[in-house]
Design a protein around this ligand. Structure first.
Ligand code: SF4
Length: 186
């Protein structure tokens, strides 16, 4: 009777085990089944990160009217698909239960925030801008005409695009505002 060495025995054992797996032994779980594609049936829209003036491009995926994923836009020349930690958290901001969705107002001297409607907030802001400007507008400094609203300031936001920034700065200059700044610079 022929004898087999230890090395040959191990080779035959391994070949037998492989053959058993290959034949679909139900006791062996499948380990390479593909996960379902998570962006299936979504509609994608290009957008811009709201957090800073770099203006990185985003791709926003929505299914049934709800955002399900946000990621960097590889076709945007600003970021070529990459996002910093803030931009990468854009989807979490969208789903966060702490996200503000209403106007919050804290009256002078108060320590409490009140929820307000936009229909209250916008005319109130306009009234206060006019009042402050009327009370503080400076027409001259010494012998020089200045026409400045020194008690007002304007702060731009990174989600404004170029045209909006142009219009907002025009609006501020028309009021006489000289303290103009942008959120991305501070
Ligand atoms: S916060 Fe980050 S991702 Fe967003 S625009 Fe700025 S650099 Fe880009």
């Amino acid at each position: 009777m022929a004898t087999i060495g230890r090395r040959t025995f191990l080779k035959l054992l391994a070949a037998g085990a492989a053959a058993t797996v290959w034949q679909g032994n139900p006791a062996v779980p499948a380990i390479a089944a593909p996960a379902p594609y998570r962006l299936k049936d979504t509609k994608v829209s290009p957008s811009v990160c709201i957090f800073c003036g770099v203006g990185c491009g985003l791709l926003v995926y929505a299914r049934d009217g709800k955002v399900v994923n946000v990621e960097g836009d590889p076709d945007n020349p600003n970021n070529e698909g990459g996002l910093c930690a803030k931009g990468a958290s854009a989807y979490e901001v969208y789903i966060s239960p702490r996200r503000l969705k209403k106007v919050l107002y804290r009256a002078p001297g108060s320590d409490k925030w009140e929820e307000k409607e936009w229909s209250w907030a916008i005319p109130e802001i306009a009234r206060r801008i006019k009042k402050t400007r009327d009370e503080s507008f400076k027409t001259r400094e010494g012998s020089v005409t200045v026409n400045r609203a020194e008690a007002l300031g304007q702060l731009g936001g990174a989600s404004h695009d170029t045209d909006e920034c142009y219009l907002l700065s025009k609006f501020a200059r028309a009021l006489g505002i000289v303290s103009l700044e942008h959120q991305a610079r501070i």
